[in-house]
Design a protein around this ligand. Sequence first.
Ligand code: FE
Length: 206
Amino acid sequence: MPDTPLPHHSHGPSDIELRVSRLEKLLVDKGLVDPAAIDALVDTYQNQVGPRNGARVVARAWTDENYKKQLLENATESIMELGYQGRQGEHMQVVENTDTVHNMVVCTLCSCYPWPVLGLPPTWYKASSYRARAVSEPRAVLAEFGVEVAEDVEIRVWDSTAEIRYLVLPQRPAGTEEFNEDDLAKLVTRDSMIGVGLVQSPQSPS
Ligand code: FE
């Protein structure tokens, strides 16, 4: 198929989503695919393959001050420099968490998401409750994700669109001073790059 843009910011499932779900049902009904296998595949792309790219970007920014500066100024090209590009990642912006600002990302109208660095969006990201509440009560939503943001920290909520996709640069956790880029990348979670999680300090050996 040519590079026809998919419809964005329309409510309800798109034609393509409806076609995919009908196709999936047909394949399952005919016994051609196992729904558990499909779930496992989706999970892989949601949690494993996709977000590992974003984690590489974050780890590079944590270890290379020049790269970080460049990433904050021109995210699309800086991410492409590490080899990550493609559909839904053409216009990226990276927003940095600091001691005084916490960023989180939503798409209030549908599910715009930076595929090349995060893979497929999780189900909750597409849920109407997240889309509405991330804007109206971000602090409460973050608390439900287990993230307590201090009262004096400003929360900035970024609304993704077909035109621009956001990636949160989380704060580098304490206790990682000796970590190299590979070790750091392993700590970075998908949720921390959406802004609904924090990167945890490495567990000290018990
Ligand atoms: Fe959207």
